[in-house]
Design a protein around this ligand. Sequence first.
Ligand SMILES: [Zn+2]
Length: 204
Amino acid sequence: MLPGYVAVFNFADTQRRNCHLGHAKVDEDIEEFTELLRQAVGTTGYSLRIAGNEWLGFFAINAVEPIQQLLNDFYSEQEILTGWKSVGCKDKVQKSERVTTEAKIARAMLCVYSYLERLEALDTTLEQLLKNAYGLPVSIPHNLQQITNSLRNRWQCVSQYPVGLPVCPFCRGDSFNWLDGDSSIYSAYGFCKTCGAEVEFSDI
Ligand SMILES: [Zn+2]
């Protein structure tokens, strides 16, 4: 297989994609990438899913274009509605509200690669690739040797959420004593600090 390129692929912002599209859809994405990668490395290469949202690929080639092509093939965008709804209760009166905005959700891989000439360098290279596969622009193959001082920014797969914080349906206050919440985007339950209403927020 050597010389060639070794690359690590990280399915970017998977957690948020799960929240919006559900685990079944993300499982399909994972299967699709596994297959695309298998085809891209061909019979002369090697591919392996090494974690829930991480893959390893060996490409017995001397140019990065096929890796860029693979990232392009996997990239997609779709329109969704993002936002929150609230159900509030105060003095036995119930009020609810819904705020949404149109947004795009993208499906993208983050990729870091290195050219490998000798098998002895494999372990160190792999370790460095895994350590560096985060916070870089998605859908572009990044050369490990050129990113050591790169600024890292967490990429978000959703283009936008409604402007402003979720508010109390009674008094419009945006400050709460939270009692509960989970890893969803807007899921939370608590009491409005301004008027005392009990409010539950959830994702649209
Ligand atoms: Zn309130």
